[in-house]
Design a binder for this molecule. Structure first.
Ligand SMILES: CCCCCCCC/C=C\CCCCCCCC(=O)SCCNC(=O)CCNC(=O)[C@H](O)C(C)(C)COP(=O)(O)OP(=O)(O)OC[C@H]1O[C@@H](n2cnc3c(N)ncnc32)[C@H](O)[C@@H]1OP(=O)(O)O
Length: 202
């Protein structure tokens, strides 16, 4: 974890970006997303919520910045760097040998029957494989190929373990693998190819 923060800080990353309340703000947004996934509102409640959310969105508009200035690139102290598009995870260990994380899918990530949506599982793998590839290569990478094998149902609201690591690197090609476990049970595994970007490559 500290190696990850050091690697980012060397590149100007700042874990105070967004301020001390940013993590709680994102947690409240996640709580909203969880409720929105399951809510069946009365007309009155829907109208009330729409009014409050419109007002809030107008307020937040004033603080919107470009993607490179957002805290979600730098806040390695927060679940999934505070990135609400990712299932929340905490990194326990990250270095060139791999990444260990604890990840929880929430109601927002529901596919059906109390299980995580397969696409959400892939989102989690993509980010953590990308991190493993970057830590291995010492450079930011981009997903060229990602394959997920769903081995058993992935539960919601349960802390799961992810392990992601680079198997080998050939030039700019980083071959990565990952597993997702609920206790001893393998929920899913993934393998992928991540490409180190060339200098200046968009
Ligand atoms: C100190 C360091 C820092 C450490 C700190 C780390 C902290 C990390 C923090 C936070 C982690 C965040 C992690 C986020 C992760 C998310 C990543 C995404 O979701 S990325 C979005 C989705 N992906 C795209 O949109 C790609 C779209 N595709 C492309 O842009 C290009 O196709 C690209 C870049 C992948 C490759 O294009 P080309 O032009 O650069 O290279 P070409 O020559 O085509 O390919 C290179 C080699 O790869 C093979 N290749 C390419 N694609 C392949 C494929 N699909 N299957 C098999 N081989 C493929 C080719 O055949 C070639 O191989 P041959 O060199 O000839 O051996």
């Amino acid at each position: 974890m500290s190696e990850l923060i050091n690697a980012r800080e060397e590149r100007g990353a700042d874990i105070s970006r967004g301020g001390p309340y940013y993590g709680e703000l994102i947690e409240q947004v996640r709580g909203l997303m969880d409720r929105a996934r399951l809510v069946s509102p009365t007309d009155e409640l829907a109208l009330d919520a729409i009014g409050i959310l419109k007002q809030l969105n107008d307020k937040l508009d004033a603080a919107v910045v470009n993607e490179w200035s957002t805290p979600t690139w730098t806040r390695f102290d927060l679940p999934a760097r505070g990135n609400i598009t990712l299932p929340p995870f905490m990194i326990d260990h990250a270095d060139s040998s791999g990444v260990d994380a604890r990840l929880t899918f929430r109601n927002y990530h529901l596919g059906g029957n109390n299980a995580a949506h397969g696409g959400q599982v892939a989102v989690g793998f993509d980010d953590l494989l990308g991190m493993a590839a970057a830590m291995h290569a010492g450079s930011i990478t981009r997903t060229a190929s990602l394959t997920v094998d769903y081995r058993s149902v992935t539960p919601l609201n349960t802390e799961l373990k992810v392990r992601a690591w680079a198997e080998r690197q050939e030039g700019r090609k980083v071959f990565v693998r990952a597993t997702l476990h609920d206790g001893d049970r393998l929920c899913a595994e993934a393998h992928g190819l991540f490409i180190v970007l060339k200098p200046g490559q968009a």
